[in-house]
Design a protein. Structure first.
Length: 132
């Protein structure tokens, strides 16, 4: 993939804004070619964990159906563990953020997030806040 058509891994913060009705989030996501919109299984779990009822869960599941779900494999797991070992004490990076970052790095995806600070200590991850 070239720079202009590289895939995007959408962090939880992007989808939370979308689900809260943020028009900028909707426009940005809609501007992406459908095959380049990806979500880590970690993001899916984080979104489902925030559901308070079946109606919210159905809305999350409906939205998630529009993205390719990226599963955690051995390469992602090893990379996430290495990132966590190297950065959790020095920068307070959480393990789930390490898994998301490793997913983006291992799969050569750009990471769309509104929490650049969470990922800035992690090498090899191309992050971008696509809207504010």
């Amino acid at each position: 993939m070239g720079e202009t058509d590289a895939g995007w891994l959408l962090d939880t913060s992007i989808l939370i804004d979308l689900l809260r009705g943020n028009a900028r989030a909707r426009r940005w996501i809609d501007s992406l070619p459908a095959p380049s919109r990806m979500v880590s299984v970690i993001t899916a779990v984080e979104l489902l964990a925030g559901c308070r009822n079946q109606s919210e869960q159905r809305a999350i599941e409906r939205e998630l159906s529009f993205y390719e779900l990226v599963w955690i494999d051995e390469d992602i797991s090893r990379s996430a563990l290495d990132l966590y070992r190297q950065h959790h004490l020095s920068h307070g990076v959480g393990f789930l953020d390490c898994v998301i970052a490793a997913t983006a790095a291992v799969r050569s995806l750009r990471l769309a997030t509104l929490n650049l600070k969470h990922f800035s200590p992690l090498p090899g991850v191309q992050t971008e806040a696509p809207f504010k």
